[in-house]
Design a protein around this ligand. Structure first.
Ligand SMILES: Nc1ncnc2c1ncn2[C@@H]1O[C@H](COP(=O)(O)OP(=O)(O)OP(=O)(O)O)[C@@H](O)[C@H]1O
Ligand SMILES: [Mg+2]
Length: 344
């Protein structure tokens, strides 16, 4: 009965490297119902929208996912994300005010703007109490395209969310919150990394950084003067740990890129602490395909000086061993954080 299926949406994370779909069932105890993963070789949006629909349809069929309703994120660079301060006002006026502020930041015609926001809390700025919030904006046309990709795959997009919101949902389900503690999570994918800071069950800060797996591969490719596919294999095999003298060149090439990513995280933490008069970030969780890079947790821990862990988005989700091979699920692990968040 589809009508009772409303809450059990399939979370679909369309990335530039792979699409991941996750479905969970149950209300309080969540049980894994379906998992699907597919590389998106040579599919670039918007030229290949139809091929993407086909890939989605095939993925759902191959994994016998019959649920049509999906929760998705806006892929790639379709999203504009900004921090705003606004005077206190009724909620319905807030929406208009956010729209007004967003209009100043976009490069497309304002009538094309769709936006939403999440408020962080009240902050004192000078003499005034202001509301601090994170606003998300996108072009109607882009959102329409994403909806069409799903519809062409015979799916029904029920919600389209921003990546940091999905990360928060996954984090919330899988971790115990400590009062007043600042947690950070970074989704390191193929083309971009999304940095988020959470506190007291709320998203406090979010930012996209254009450094991720692709740049790591290119750096190895240049260092070894090899093909991209070879460089990717070597990146995955070696990581940023020296396991032998022969791997030093690869590890060095990767460290160079990772140092810049860590520096961006550092800068964001400093900004967050100064701007919001916040305490230090206490812990960091890494997710996305690139968080599986060998040695990444130690690299982040020693560079940032705080404990950094690779996320396990299935930690608090019941898995029936009869239905899923646990070792296979472990392989995906942090790739699925955003899809799990969407599904939740
Ligand atoms: N074991 C591994 N070690 C290092 N990197 C890995 C490993 N497995 C996958 N990757 C890298 O992870 C990246 C893909 O991650 P992910 O699936 O999260 O990206 P995406 O969500 O499709 O992309 P984006 O969010 O940037 O649009 C690729 O760059 C891939 O090379
Ligand atoms: Mg991604």
């Amino acid at each position: 009965m589809l009508i009772f299926d409303r809450k059990n949406l399939v979370g679909v994370d369309i990335g530039s490297y792979a699409v991941k779909a996750v479905k969970v069932k149950g209300t309080t105890v969540k049980t894994l119902d379906a998992i699907a993963y597919s590389r998106l070789d040579h599919i670039t949006l918007p030229q290949d929208n139809l091929r993407l629909s086909e890939a989605l349809r095939n993925l759902f069929n191959a994994h016998r996912i019959t649920t049509k309703k999906v929760a998705a994120v806006l892929p790639g660079n379709y999203l504009t994300l900004t921090h705003l301060y606004l005077p206190k006002m009724p909620k319905k006026d807030m929406k208009e005010a956010v729209r007004w502020e967003m209009r100043k930041q976009i490069t497309f015609p304002p009538e094309e703007l769709v936006c939403d926001f999440t408020s962080i809390g009240e902050v004192k700025r000078g003499e005034d109490i202001m509301i601090s919030l994170i606003a998300f904006g996108a072009m109607k046309r882009d959102v329409g395209q994403v909806i069409k990709i799903f519809e062409d795959a015979l799916l029904e997009p029920s919600t389209i969310d921003a990546t940091p919101i999905a990360m928060l949902a996954s984090f919330n389900h899988n971790n115990v919150w400590e009062d007043g503690i600042n947690y950070s999570m970074m989704d390191i994918g193929e083309s971009k990394s999304t940095l988020a800071i959470f506190k007291d069950k709320r998203l406090m800060f979010a930012r996209e950084i254009p450094i991720a797996g692709k740049e790591l591969t290119i750096s190895v490719m240049e260092r070894l003067a090899c093909a991209e596919a070879v460089a990717e294999k070597e990146k995955i095999r070696c990581g940023i740990v020296y396991s032998g003298e022969g791997d030093r060149a690869i590890a060095d090439a990767l460290s160079g890129v990772m140092e810049r990513l860590v520096a961006e995280a550092h800068r964001s933490f400093d900004y967050y602490q100064a701007q919001f008069r916040e305490g230090a970030i206490n812990k960091m969780f890494l997710c996305g395909g690139t968080s599986k890079l060998n040695g990444i947790d130690d690299f982040f821990t020693s560079s940032l000086g705080i404990p950094c862990f690779v996320d396990d988005p299935l930690r608090n989700i019941r898995i029936e061993p009869k239905r899923f091979t646990l070792t296979r699920l472990r392989e995906f692990g942090p790739d699925l954080t955003v899809a799990v968040g969407l599904a939740l």
